[in-house]
Design a protein around this ligand. Structure first.
Ligand SMILES: Nc1nc2c([nH]c(=O)n2[C@@H]2O[C@H](COP(=O)(O)OP(=O)(O)OP(=O)(O)O)[C@@H](O)[C@H]2O)c(=O)[nH]1
Ligand SMILES: [Mg+2]
Length: 137
């Protein structure tokens, strides 16, 4: 298949961020974004020349204003998902240490939730596997 915009795989760094009470941070995607209106784990596209950890730290600084403690990042899983309009490779990391208080710097609503309540929120289809891993931990 030719490498067109429609089938090019997008590498995404995704953070499952824990606070000291064991809650996880979720954010609501803008209505006009891909998979808009759904909840997500914060993160974004890995840029050329970046490690996934660097990309995650940059995205969490840009989107939430927090500074991730590099030693607190651990790889959780990778998910490849075909949304028809695009294919994503989600590189999912747990983040248990950071400085600052997260705020929705792009106007996105944020919520700290207990892992057991994650299924009450609507996420993109690719996230089902992430929630399975979180809840089996
Ligand atoms: N951040 C994030 N993206 C996800 C999740 N699940 C999921 O399918 N995605 C998909 O991953 C892709 C890239 O994520 P993104 O939109 O956050 O990328 P970004 O921050 O670089 O955004 P930008 O393109 O506005 O600069 C989107 O197509 C999005 O739908 C998730 O839990 N978190
Ligand atoms: Mg993003």
């Amino acid at each position: 298949m030719p490498n067109t915009a429609a089938n090019k795989q997008i590498h995404v760094a995704v953070g499952v961020i824990y606070n000291s009470q064991g809650q996880i941070l979720i954010a609501r995607r803008h209505d006009d974004a891909h998979q808009g209106g759904l909840w997500e784990f914060p993160g974004g596209k890995v840029e050329q020349g970046e490690t996934v950890c660097d990309a995650l730290a940059r995205e969490l600084r840009e989107e939430l204003g927090i500074v991730v403690t590099p030693s607190s990042c651990t790889a959780l899983l990778e998910i490849r998902h075909d949304y028809t309009d695009k294919v994503v490779l989600l590189d999912v990391w747990a983040v248990s240490g950071f400085e600052g208080e997260p705020i929705g710097k792009e106007g996105q609503p944020l919520r700290w939730v207990k892992p057991s309540t994650l299924r009450e929120y609507e996420f993109p289809a690719a996230n089902v596997a992430i929630i399975d891993v979180i809840q089996s931990a």
